[in-house]
Ligand binder design. Sequence first.
Ligand SMILES: Nc1ncnc2c1ncn2[C@@H]1O[C@H](COP(=O)(O)OP(=O)(O)OP(=O)(O)O)[C@@H](O)[C@H]1O
Length: 211
Amino acid sequence: MTSRQVFPPLSLVASGLVCGRGSMALTRELDFSVTAGRCLLLRGANGSGKTTLLLTLAGVVAPLDGLFALEGANAEAGPSLHYCGHRNAIKPRLTVAENLGFWAAVNGATGMPVDEALEQVGLGQLGDLDAGYLSAGQSRRLALARPLVSLRPLWLLDEPTAALDTEGHDLVTRLLDRHLDMGGLAIAATHDPITLPDPARMETMVLGARP
Ligand SMILES: Nc1ncnc2c1ncn2[C@@H]1O[C@H](COP(=O)(O)OP(=O)(O)OP(=O)(O)O)[C@@H](O)[C@H]1O
């Protein structure tokens, strides 16, 4: 993989951010920032609100209190984030390549060509296969190829290593590291160990039980 700085220097800053569902708060007041080239790992027990925080940052769930902003972002440059959730957003009757081509068309083909992205995630030989036949781990790999075909600086990843084998865990590390090399930012919720080659690029925030 080649590395180059492609994103402007952005910072995601949250202040007094309280996340929840409906009127039910799930997190304490959260104060954190993530700057270009860095990753924040979210940890915490099942139900502690990691997914809810990611959905809040993605703009899908409204915060109960507090503020957050992607400072330095140019709204005219288009959407700034990729959200990769538990579901892989795969259409089973399209081929693997067609699925990725669909997302490139929707999100903008500003990143790698489809073939190259499939190679990167280890699906280079499966482009013509109906995606419904992919295994769980292969489906996860296809979902991880989505951010590669459309360049966006902020990655919000929910359990990116779910269903992946050992090499798949290394793949997530490589993709994250490359994204940070490009000046990207990432927040990843995970129960698995994720270690970057430069551990100083990563911080951990633990979400606790309900306040
Ligand atoms: N739409 C909803 N309405 C009400 N409660 C919800 C809704 N979605 C999630 N919850 C609840 O919010 C809590 C936090 O869920 P969330 O998925 O954010 O936790 P998590 O830390 O990501 O958990 P896990 O580690 O199991 O993935 C859970 O108790 C869950 O049942």
